[in-house]
Design a protein around this ligand. Structure first.
Ligand SMILES: Nc1ncnc2c1ncn2[C@@H]1O[C@H](COP(=O)(O)OP(=O)(O)OP(=O)(O)O)[C@@H](O)[C@H]1O
Ligand SMILES: [Mg+2]
Length: 532
């Protein structure tokens, strides 16, 4: 029976011609005992069987586990029994261990009288197809995911009808639901900001012979505003190069544009800021240079002042010594003059006597002057040590005037509260008053008013010496207390310098107000803190 069958098969499938070996599907036939009676080249290769050795061997014993799982085998057996064939897809394990997805069709072979003589299996390896299908599904999923994630609106245009079909993302991008938009490209062009229409049109009716068109334009949002989108259009062509479809996308880049603008502005501001800071720095540098220059000048000035002070100190020292040396001969001269005057009283009156007395008087005046210079110099040079005692100011001032001669053309007014007392060194006050009064008198060669006042208020004692003389010109006011500063031909310029030292040694202050041509007033003040 089997040989009958083989004959039939040989004839039917042109085994002899080897036609079945050209087929890539594996073809295997078995007899009713499951013995292998035919396999084509593809089967031998796929299942790594030597065709000649395999024939006659029991297929199940050899390959059962490679073909079907027990469930699949049961299913196949049932199907063969009931329908005379089995069709299914199963995972086969290849001899080397790799898995293959096999689509198999098993049919019952019958002889001429209709008896089952065996089975024939045609097995197609669809592993690659399955893999490709899986890959396609996966890649499609990935693509969809990417499109979703981009938030793009995707559309396609049929160039034949110019109808636009929105695939996704309409509401997300423009706020419209699908029913609210029209499907003519013209409607879409109307949604675009007029000045952007020319370039946006390229997306919908491409004129250039390109595959991709990318540009940015403004499109109307349902809310009424325009948004900026980046449009991408891809022209799909058939094999003849004819446009069959345009696939396009629109992505909202409004925020990106705003950020970009902000960034640009920020960069510009930064530039301004840097410029401003640079300017400030430059200014600071200029100021610093100026300051350095001033500092230089200041140092120079201070050095000069120091040198001046040093010089004055040296002058002071020498003056003290000279004064000391002059004082003794001066005393001798004064004594001699006294005796000479005494002697002259015994000389009878005559012209010579008169002349000699006049000479003696002039010498005495000059000696007084020398004596004053010596005293001033010494006062300026020596360390001052005031001897403080309770002093009656009216008395002290009156005693000062006993040694100052006030010319007749000057009216003296002394204005002091009775019994005004203070603790001070009376000799210092007397020397001060002498200097100030002398200056006042010297300022009023043509006469005037000299006013002395002394008062106490809230424990502050103030003494003033006021004249109606020529006053002090503005330009010399700052130099007034400087030693050796004088505007007088016979002046030493020591009077006020000495006075200041004396007052400061007593803890007081001296100041003045003066107006050229009107007069001058000097203030001496002892405040409670400095009062002794
Ligand atoms: N009451 C005043 N009115 C106008 N000028 C004054 C008066 N007191 C001082 N001066 C000015 O101040 C200068 C300095 O006075 P200061 O008493 O120190 O020196 P002096 O009077 O010139 O000389 P010395 O007092 O040594 O004889 C004077 O030369 C004078 O120009
Ligand atoms: Mg003077």
């Amino acid at each position: 029976m089997v040989s009958d069958f083989l004959e039939a098969v040989e004839e039917a499938f042109l085994i002899k011609t080897g036609a079945l070996d050209q087929i890539t599907d594996a073809i295997i036939t078995v007899d009713n005992e499951d013995r292998l009676i035919y396999l084509n080249k593809a089967a031998a290769e796929q299942y790594a069987i030597d065709k000649n050795k395999a024939l006659g061997l029991k297929l199940k014993v050899l390959y059962r586990q490679l073909w079907f799982t027990p469930d699949a085998e049961q299913e196949a057996a049932l199907s063969l029994k009931e329908k005379g064939y089995y069709q299914g897809t199963n995972v086969h394990v290849r001899p080397k261990g790799q898995k293959a997805v096999i689509e198999s069709v098993v049919t019952v072979l019958k002889d001429k009288s209709g008896n089952k003589v065996g089975l024939m299996s045609i097995m197609r390896d669809i592993t690659d197809r399955v893999n490709v299908a899986d890959w396609l599904v996966e890649s499609n999923q990935r693509l969809n995911y990417a499109i979703e994630a981009s938030g793009m609106m995707i559309y396609e245009i049929d160039p034949k009808t110019n109808k636009i079909n929105i695939i996704r993302g309409l509401e997300e991008l423009l706020g419209y639901s699908p029913e609210e938009v029209q499907y003519s490209v013209g409607w879409w062009i109307n949604q675009i900001l007029p000045e952007d229409v020319p370039k946006a049109k390229e997306q919908f009716y491409p004129t250039k012979n390109v595959n991709n068109i990318v540009n940015e334009y403004h499109i109307h949002h349902k809310k009424g505003n325009y948004i900026v989108v980046r449009g991408i259009a891809k022209i799909i062509k058939d094999t003849t190069g004819k446009r069959v479809r345009i696939i396009g996308g629109m992505q909202n880049i409004t925020q990106y544009k705003e950020m970009q603008a902000k960034l640009e502005e920020y960069a510009k501001n930064l530039e301004g800021l840097v410029e401003e800071k640079t300017k400030q720095l430059t200014n600071a540098q200029v100021k610093l240079e100026e300051y350095a220059k001033n500092l230089e000048k200041l140092v120079e000035e201070r050095t000069m002042q120091l040198q001046h002070k040093e010089r004055l100190a040296t002058i002071g020292q020498i003056a003290g010594m000279v004064g000391h040396d002059i004082r003794n001969p001066l005393h001798a001269i004064v004594n001699e003059l006294y005796f000479a005057k005494q002697t002259m009283t015994q000389v009878p009156e005559n012209k010579n006597k008169q002349d000699t007395l006049e000479s003696i008087s002039i010498i005495q005046e000059q000696v007084d002057y020398i004596s004053k210079i010596v005293t001033d110099l010494q006062d300026y040079a020596k360390t001052l040590k005031p001897e403080i005692k309770e002093v009656d100011l009216p008395e002290l001032i009156a005693s000062s005037f006993s040694i100052i001669k006030v010319p007749e053309n000057i009216v003296l007014t002394v204005n002091i509260e009775d019994h005004l007392k203070m603790r001070t060194d009376p000799t210092f006050i007397r020397r001060t008053l002498t200097n100030l009064v002398n200056n006042a008198i010297q300022a009023m060669p043509k006469g005037g008013k000299l006013t002395i006042t002394a008062s106490q208020k809230e424990n502050q004692t103030t003494i003033t010496v006021e004249d109606t003389g020529k006053g002090i010109p503005e330009e010399i006011k700052p130099k007034l207390f400087t030693p050796l500063f004088t505007t007088k031909s016979k002046g030493q310029g020591f009077g006020l310098a000495v006075t200041k030292r004396l007052i400061e040694a007593l803890g007081g202050t001296i100041s003045f107000e003066s107006e050229a041509g009107k007069g001058t007033i000097f203030f001496i003040k002892f405040s409670p803190k400095t009062k002794r």
